[in-house]
Design a protein around this ligand. Structure first.
Ligand code: DGT
Ligand code: CA
Ligand code: CA
Ligand code: ZN
Length: 577
């Protein structure tokens, strides 16, 4: 991200948090949040927009935020922000975003216990001091402690999406060095785990050239800090992402064995090693050798290692020691779904609710950039007020616009849809007459996260208009736990009612997760992989959903949106009979 984009989006995010903390201007907070998101997802340098007086072209930038951006480029700061910062305890402001805390709770803790830092606040919570305050019952304090734990996972580990971005840039740069023969991501990132502890990169080069690669890797272009520096292993804190990257260097004939070893998982490798031992081999990052005479057998390519054991190579996403080795032994590794198989996206938001782009902009973007045969506009329904949900009148108007645009493009490309709220009693936030006019209906929960939501989801599956359940567990990695749901029961009902379950690809959602998606697949439930896009760049998230599906061993056949529209339609209309 451009430096100014990053700073401005952070400042606006902080201003929004301050307004929420003060509790006096909710709408202003929303406006700053929106602007912050808009800038964060901007592909171009915001400075060039400012220079050409085009800031108002950015969807999500309003009159006030435009003024603030201009001021930032004129003076280097935003006076209002400096002023606001003095009115609130900045040391604990961030904590308002942790689940179980919230601006009002943090404010109360500050006002009554005089805590100024995160450490003080955590201490007060753990010592039982907080539990003595009015309004902080046992349940509330437990919720806060759980929130802290969630928050910790994301402080210590990064989201898959963030790791992919950081690692991608570094890999490109390394590949450009003339000394580097091959370079590849390894570790949990290659396995596409939902959170990543550190990024692992493997490089092959001649031993005499290692020093040059190390000098570049630990130099100012990439490293903020050097954690460890050996002859073949170096660790840095990456300048751009602030995260740890481990680099290992191997000889060309060790490439395959090293890649196999450093891809892991540890559990997978341990199992592979016992099998090797039974067959008279030993495996290390340097190759596969006979135990008897220590003779090198293979190691140049990764598949050579597996082949030497009588296996076919399996995709990295499968390597968890959850049955994939047994499958490989039988020669039954499935052809997993890939990004190329995806033919459409059934969950996207436009300016009709909380999306940043008009339907026309989205459609044109997709036609130009993605190989899709169809996509659905699925804006929120009215119960999700914070997301500017649509009422009956608005959606009817929206349907007319979709008709008009499809006619204009000369193909029925945009499908009519909605992300309809599942209300507290399990009913849907839109009458059947309207749902009946749509091509695809995603039903989701956006409220009432505290109780057990199994019955609500099951009720939604029983609606003959509901094609798919959106982000079925509602979790946000690092900030919100999944609500309670009996996933096995949901899977059973989804199967019996012919309802699909969504794999939502938003980086923080990844919902269903890999294990649940696997359970769904094993029980014959169809899945849809959606991006839940709120802006054009979100369409790239599709690869995250595909990764979940691959970790769940899904083939194209398990994923509905690898199919033609007429087959999608067949699936949805089966319920209507
Ligand atoms: P992370 O970084 O916590 O998200 O997870 P990984 O899997 O990337 O773990 P990491 O970075 O510690 O190590 C990278 C890979 O190296 C790991 O997936 C397997 C391999 N590896 C590391 N330590 C060991 C070990 O003690 N035994 C075995 N068999 N493999 C190891
Ligand atoms: Ca790692
Ligand atoms: Ca590592
Ligand atoms: Zn939603």
């Amino acid at each position: 991200m451009y430096a100014a984009n990053k700073e401005l989006s952070e400042i606006f995010h902080a201003i929004a948090a301050i307004y929420r903390y003060k509790g006096d201007d909710r709408f202003r907070a929303l406006a700053y949040d929106k602007a912050s998101r808009a800038i964060a997802s901007l592909h171009e340098d915001i400075e060039s927009f400012a220079k050409h007086d085009r800031l108002s072209d950015i969807p999500g930038i309003g009159i006030h935020t435009e003024e603030k951006i201009k001021e930032y480029f004129r003076t280097g700061k935003i006076a209002k922000y400096e002023e606001l910062k003095k009115e609130v305890p900045v040391g604990i402001l961030d904590m308002t975003e942790i689940s179980g805390f919230g601006p009002q709770s943090v404010k109360k803790l500050h006002d009554e216990l005089k805590v100024e830092t995160k450490e003080e606040l955590v201490k007060a919570l753990q010592s039982g001091e907080v539990a003595k305050l009015k309004g902080f019952g046992k349940k509330k304090v437990e919720g806060m402690l759980r929130g802290l734990k969630l928050h910790k996972t994301i402080e210590e580990r990064m989201l898959l999406w963030d790791a992919l971005q950081g690692a991608g840039q570094v890999l490109e740069k390394l590949k450009k060095l003339p000394e580097v023969k091959r370079a590849e991501i390894a570790g949990s990132l290659r396995r596409m785990k939902e959170t990543i502890g550190d990024i692992d990169i493997l490089v092959s080069c001649e031993a005499k050239n290692r020093k040059k690669v190390i000098t570049y890797f630990t130099g100012p272009a990439l490293a903020k800090q050097v954690l460890a520096k050996g002859d073949t292993k170096v660790s840095i804190i990456h300048k751009e992402s602030g995260r740890q990257i481990d680099l290992r260097m191997v000889n060309e004939n060790e490439w395959g064995s090293a890649l196999q070893y450093f891809t892991g998982s540890k559990e997978h490798n341990v199992h592979i090693r016992t099998i090797a031992k039974d067959k008279g081999y030993k495996i290390s990052e340097y190759g596969i050798f006979t135990i008897k005479s220590n003779k090198w057998v293979a190691g140049k390519e990764e598949e050579d290692i597996y082949n030497a054991l009588g296996f076919k190579i399996m995709p990295a996403e499968m390597r968890k020691d959850k049955g994939e080795i047994e499958l490989a032994a039988k020669g039954k590794i499935p052809n997993l779904v890939t990004l190329k198989d995806i033919r459409g996206d059934l969950h996207t938001h436009s300016t009709w609710s909380d999306g940043a782009r008009s339907i026309d902009e989205i459609a044109r973007y997709i036609m130009k950039n993605l190989p899709y045969d169809y996509f659905a506009i699925s804006d929120h329904s009215k119960a999700t007020r914070i997301a500017n949900g649509m009422d009956e009148k608005q959606i009817l108007k929206q349907l007319k616009e979709i008709d008009k645009l499809n006619k204009q493009y000369g193909k029925y490309f945009i499908k009519k849809s909605i992300e309809v709220d599942i209300l507290a009693d399990g009913s849907l936030d839109m009458p059947d007459e309207i749902l009946a006019r749509l091509d695809w209906v995603t039903a989701s929960i956006h409220s009432g996260f505290k109780g057990d939501n199994t019955d609500r989801l099951i009720a939604a599956c029983h609606s003959k208009y509901v094609s798919s359940i959106g982000h079925p567990t509602g979790r946000l990695i690092g900030s919100r736990e999944p609500y309670k749901v009996d996933i096995e029961e949901l899977i059973k009902v989804a199967k019996n009612t012919g309802t699909a379950l969504e794999i939502n690809s938003q980086p923080q959602r990844m919902d269903l997760n890999d294990e649940m998606a696997r359970l769904a697949r094993e029980n014959g439930v169809k899945l849809v992989i959606d991006t839940d896009s709120h802006d054009l760049n979100h369409f790239n998230y599709m690869k995250l959903g595909v990764a979940i599906a691959r970790r769940a061993w899904c083939t194209p056949d398990d994923i509905l949106n690898t199919k033609s529209w007429s087959e999608m339609k067949k699936f949805a209309s089966k319920k209507l009979k």
